[in-house]
Write a protein that binds this ligand. Structure first.
Ligand SMILES: [Zn+2]
Length: 500
């Protein structure tokens, strides 16, 4: 670790500071943390021998962005699919529908997705990764790839033990025995639970935090959710899950969760999970009373506007979440369901939907989006007070954007131009824990040769197997699509395909 680093002469944009014409200020870093800003930083650096200096003149210095919802397991499937319902897409993209992958492929996909995050200025990503069984070599390949690249990660292994046929309305009654068998049966989660307990007992790693990731309330038994809650309380871990991504999930709540007021939020509450340690991805098809309960509990929403649109699920009512007291963050979700780890797109969509859901004539949407991608993300990942701002005491996770990029010329409002005009094109340098991990727009810790060689090795086999999976699931996909039409027609009191 470099002992001391001075980021000199950039315009420092803080979510709570001057957002339009941010002041020029030095940032002094020691042992991975920001220790001083402005004149204090300049002075501290002068007192210190052997300080590395980054010339940030002409740069916008922002807290590294937080990608609050992401999955690394399907990075190599990017671009394979047009828009389709979630349940159809899952048949083609979920790891359990593929043969076991090689460690080389797991390393390649993890590196590629994380490198894309860095190029988008993201310094911390959440990763809800799906293993097929308690595959320790795959865990080691994922952890090794993140460590080698130098990005910060909050990693959770997805959990589920309910048969697929019981997670979507009408499937059990409408699908044939053969189709139901193809969807899989209920599984014993004990081997995965043992693996997770073992991972939580590993020595602490400053760049890797373990999270808990029950895939969705309807995909987990009560016993599994209660085990998750107990381990979260014991370890302080954040819990990540998917709730109300689709209309079908709200319909399932009405049909199958009568004992919990027909609400997956009430169900999570009864399981002991609803609170500040819970981060819910999507939350699109949520009712107004449920939002109130969610916000009052201080829970977190990870808003994924691009995947919600691409999988045709509509728009989460982010404004109502905020008014109810929920914390808001943004994510990019899957590489085969978005298809980009581009946090700028998520920020821009956040600001646009925030404005549409409010009153005409308001201002401040860009600042809200910037906050969601920084401080909001920090809280959603259980790292509040550690990341998300450039302040003394915070981890030195910093992104430098070129102010000569067209997005910032002329510089009228840094935050508006960041959110409405910015793109990864402007990202020049990324620092994580005081280390430069991206310079000149390129990751520094792995050579482009390594990734190219890995991809050349693994991609031909995967491409052939994708064809097999598409063919094998074609009939089931047509059945799922047919039932999807019934789900879309079934009565429901909310409509999130409308904007407001
Ligand atoms: Zn997801």
């Amino acid at each position: 670790m470099s002992a001391a680093l001075l980021v000199r002469g950039g315009r420092v944009l803080d979510p709570d500071g001057e957002l339009h014409k941010p002041p020029v200020a030095d940032v002094f870093v020691e042992d991975g943390r920001i220790v001083a800003l402005g004149e204090a930083a300049t002075g501290a650096a002068a007192q210190h021998a052997g300080v590395s200096v980054i010339d940030a003149a002409g740069m916008l210095v922002v807290p590294g962005f937080v990608n609050a919802h992401y999955h690394s397991h399907d990075v190599l499937l990017r671009g394979l699919f047009e828009q389709m319902p979630l349940e159809v897409w899952g048949l083609f993209s979920f790891p359990q529908n593929y043969p076991r992958r090689s460690e080389a492929e797991v390393r390649a996909r993890t590196l590629l997705g994380a490198a894309e995050c860095l190029r988008s200025g993201v310094t911390t990503t959440q990763d809800m990764v799906t293993l097929v069984g308690p595959d320790r070599p795959h865990v080691d390949a994922i952890v090794g790839a993140y460590r080698d690249l130098g990005i910060r990660v909050v990693l959770g292994l997805q959990l589920g033990d309910v048969a697929g046929a019981d997670t979507v309305p009408f499937w059990r009654e409408e699908l044939s025995e053969a189709d139901l068998a193809q969807l899989g049966v209920a599984s014993d989660p004990a081997p995965m639970q043992r693996l997770i307990e073992e991972l939580f007992s590993r020595p602490a790693d400053p760049l890797l935090t373990w999270g808990l990731a029950p895939s969705a309330p309807q995909r987990c038994s009560e016993a599994l959710l209660q085990w998750t809650g107990a381990l979260a309380r014991e370890t302080g871990a954040q819990v990540f899950t998917h709730v109300y991504e689709t209309r079908s999930q709200a319909l399932l709540a009405r049909l199958a969760y009568g004992a919990d007021d027909q609400s997956l939020i009430a169900y999570l509450d009864r399981m002991g999970l609803l609170g500040p340690s819970l981060t819910v991805a999507h939350g699109v098809w949520i009712g107004d009373a449920e939002i109130e309960r969610f916000g009052a509990a201080g829970a977190n929403l990870a808003f994924n506007p691009m995947s919600n649109l691409k999988l045709m699920n509509g728009v989460a009512p982010i404004r109502r979440y905020a008014e109810a007291g929920a914390n808001l963050s943004v994510g990019c979700d899957n590489c085969s369901g978005n298809d980009a780890q581009n946090i700028f797109e998520s920020m821009k969509a956040f600001a646009l939907f925030w404005a549409l859901q409010g009153e005409a004539g308001e201002t401040g949407a860009a600042a809200e989006a910037f906050r969601a991608a920084t401080l909001g993300g920090a809280r959603a990942l259980g790292l509040e007070g550690e990341i998300g701002a450039i302040r003394p005491g915070y981890r030195a996770d910093i992104t430098l954007l070129r102010l000569d990029d067209p997005a910032f010329v002329p510089l009228n409002s840094a935050v508006r131009q960041l959110v409405y005009a910015g793109s990864p094109r402007a990202v020049d340098t990324v620092i994580v824990e005081g280390e430069v991990v991206l310079a000149g727009g390129r990751p520094t810790e792995i050579g482009p040769g390594e990734l190219d060689a890995l991809l050349g090795q693994v991609q031909p086999l995967l491409a052939a197997e994708v064809e097999t999976v598409l063919a094998r699931n074609a009939h089931l996909a047509s059945e799922v699509l047919r039932i999807h039409e019934r789900i879309q027609r079934a009565p429901l009191e909310i409509d999130r395909l409308r904007i407001a």
